[in-house]
Design a protein around this ligand. Sequence first.
Ligand code: DQA
Length: 142
Amino acid sequence: MKILVIHGPNLNLLGQREPDIYGSMTLSEINRRIQALAAELGIEAAIFQSNSEGDIVDAIQQEVYDVLIINPAAYTHTSVAIRDAIAAVDRPAIEVHLSNIHKREEFRRTSYISGVVTGQISGLGAEGYLLAVQASPKILNR
Ligand code: DQA
């Protein structure tokens, strides 16, 4: 099976970006751990980061994958286009947030994405991506 992991805007700055909120691990290190766990589980993983909403929509539509793992970052709270793309492809999807979006500013408590995904992991830091990888084979037929 194949998973597609998408990291949204500003996540390329992880490690230096508000480390008190997002931790000190860089995106490369997170991706290395995702790839290592996926390999251990016999899962093929493609990983993509973009700061552009349209590029994220294109990846959701065009890439070949069984399960989508996505941290839409700030687009979580604004993007009908990403929500519609996830609904359109109609494949299992897991929304991941490093921070607990429900515990932060009011505007972060609304996710345009959560209504079209299988589930959401929020507030567990980089571990959230690894839990999502582990869950992927189990949610394939939901
Ligand atoms: C985030 C939470 C969002 O509110 C924020 O805009 C991000 C990262 C997280 O992983 O905690 O960029 O998705």
